[in-house]
Design a protein around this ligand. Structure first.
Ligand code: SAH
Length: 257
């Protein structure tokens, strides 16, 4: 495939990290949507063990912590995100409930059947939806839940430009019925799925980035990598505005059988 445009994976990881550190969220979502997904989970108690995989700086983890019993471990690959995660937990006096650890989603160190709930918003794509669901299942108790949000097609056919963008960025993007079939095949009862409303992208994800982009460009004036990265972010936002009828994020909630 020709690579006319770069993808986020091609940029300096430290720059990406710095850029996203200044934002409450590193992916599309909102507190309301986190709570809507949480409303399908009915097995939690004070003893529950929850993991938030690819937690970033923890915007959604703090919402979870404030609305569910039990303790939560946030895992992210980037130490700086975890530093912010832990300092924000302390600010909210949530440090006894919420612990951030540096780690990778492809080598988690939980015990088999240790967890009651595995949460992951906008992050499972890093390992792949099917692989993540299959591998993480080991750590869940029978009757435990998985709740993940994932890029999904809304229609059977899509315009070529957006199809090509996603085939380059994340070829595992698929329709909601296909994702649900994968969830079931991986050993979960498909409890629910729903599409994240547009404002999870516009208001909660892209709007805060507009100001962050200006500041970032000012700070890194003359740095071609930084400028290329911001151009890429802006292009992604434009693509979303043009093609949002065809794709977005959906939440998938499954229960381990
Ligand atoms: N859940 C957060 C962050 C989503 S962005 C939110 O919704 O705001 C995806 C996150 O996955 C980033 O924080 C990134 O650092 C993390 N990530 C990427 N690869 C990872 C890996 N192999 N293991 C753990 N986390 C990873």
């Amino acid at each position: 495939m020709s690579k006319e445009h770069t993808s986020i994976h091609d940029f300096d990881i430290n720059l990406i990290c710095e850029y996203f550190s200044n934002l409450e969220r590193q992916g599309p979502g909102s507190p309301e949507i986190t709570l809507r997904a949480l409303s399908f989970i009915d097995n939690l108690s004070e003893k529950s063990r929850i993991a938030d995989i690819g937690c970033g700086t923890g915007g959604q983890t703090r919402v979870l912590a404030q609305h569910s019993p039990g303790t939560i471990t946030g895992i992210d690959l980037f130490p700086h995100f975890i530093e912010l995660f832990n300092s924000k937990s302390r600010e909210l006096n949530l440090q006894d409930k919420l612990k951030g650890l540096v780690g990778s989603m492809d080598s988690l160190t939980f015990q088999n059947e240790e967890l009651d709930l595995i949460w992951s918003e906008g992050a499972i794509y890093n390992i792949g939806f099917e692989r993540g669901l299959n591998e993480w299942r080991t750590f869940l108790k029978t009757g435990g839940y998985v709740a993940v949000s994932e890029a999904s097609w809304f229609t059977e056919d899509r315009p070529a430009e957006i199809e090509e963008f996603w085939m380059d960025a994340y070829p595992e993007i698929d329709t909601i019925p296909n994702k649900l079939a994968q969830l079931q095949k991986a050993g979960y009862i498909p409890i629910a799925s729903f599409i994240l409303p547009e404002k999870c992208w516009t208001e909660h994800f892209y709007a805060p980035q507009v100001a962050a982009q200006e500041a970032f460009l000012k700070k890194h004036a003359g740095n071609a990598t930084a400028e290329g990265f911001i151009a890429n972010q802006r292009r992604e936002m434009q693509l979303y505005n043009t093609y949002k009828a065809y794709y977005g994020y959906a939440f998938y909630i499954g229960k381990k059988i």
